[in-house]
Design a protein around this ligand. Structure first.
Ligand code: GLP
Length: 280
């Protein structure tokens, strides 16, 4: 049977609602793994936080059980707390080592996380951007979302054209993340890729799970594009895949339509054209 391949750019904003957080995480992991298999030299943009933890666990499992090969992969992380070195357990470099890099065959020299101890912020951020360009740009940027709709550390009000830079964390973000610092004072500044940097990635893959993300997900997908919800800038990107569980997708008004699009996409991709009224 003839198989219709969707050409790049056809996907636009694809919203996939999975029944559970676990299924959403597995779906996200399989998209990353497919890219790594198709393009063993791919450049991945990576995220930290609670949301991606099980995705990394699944990628580690695929590496161990099915030889998923990361030896030629390059990675760029979205952000890092200012003041924290790689040995600090709350630094994003530490998180990446613990959850992914230490368990796969990635070349350490090809894993980039902004340096939280860099003092010349401006030149460090400029170099980070240049390194992304030198690597040929990011093929797939993996993202989570903050409860207020931010991506990376692009807090509400960030320029939608922003580049990697120093950012002051909002009191909401500090409130959300302080629990991980066990009473230790939390950094007030971060280095973060900008919204403009993220928008230049070939594909953006955003994962959200849990009812506390439902409002942010609705605003991001169905609200206006606004600097107050920096994730909404993804509406302007040409290839975004949003994977949510039923809880995070619970406030989406056009949820039925997204399911219909998914169904048609799968029929097209598997060549079941008659089911779509083509060639009857
Ligand atoms: C922080 C990170 C974001 C992340 C967000 C949500 O603000 N900078 O990249 O998406 O937290 O984190 P979690 O997945 O823990 O909810």
């Amino acid at each position: 049977m003839k198989r219709v391949l969707l050409v790049k750019g056809d996907l636009l904003l694809r919203v996939i609602v999975e029944k559970s957080a676990e299924l959403a995480e597995l779906r996200a992991a399989s998209i990353v793994a497919d890219l790594v298999r198709r393009n063993p030299q791919a450049t991945l943009g990576l995220a930290t936080g609670r949301t991606p933890t099980n995705v990394y666990r699944e990628l580690v499992r695929m590496h161990c059980d099915s030889d998923l090969d990361f030896s030629q992969i390059t990675t760029f992380n979205l952000d890092e707390y200012v003041g924290l070195g790689p040995k600090h357990p709350q630094s994003f470099r530490y998180f990446m080592q613990e959850h992914l890099f230490d368990h796969i065959n990635i070349d350490a020299a090809k894993t980039f996380v902004p340096d939280g101890r860099a003092l010349d912020f401006e030149s460090h951020c400029r170099q980070y951007e240049q390194r992304i360009v030198d690597a040929g740009g990011i093929d797939l940027q993996f993202l989570g979302i903050g409860v207020d709709g931010h991506i990376a550390f692009n807090e509400p009000g960030s320029s939608l054209g922003s580049r990697t830079r120093l950012k002051t964390l909002s009191s909401e973000t500090i409130g959300q993340n302080a629990k991980y610092f066990n009473g230790e004072p939390m950094p007030r500044l971060a280095l973060t890729m900008g919204v403009g940097t993220i928008l230049e990635s070939q594909i953006c893959l955003l994962l959200a799970t849990g009812s506390h993300k439902a409002s942010a997900i609705r605003s991001m997908i169905e609200g206006p594009v606004t600097a107050q919800i920096t994730a909404s800038a993804l509406q302007l990107h040409r290839e975004v895949i949003v994977i949510v569980d039923e809880k995070a997708g619970g406030w989406l008004e056009r949820r039925d339509y997204y399911s219909e699009v998914e169904e048609c996409t799968q029929l097209l991709e598997s060549g079941q054209l008659r089911a779509l009224g083509i060639g009857n």
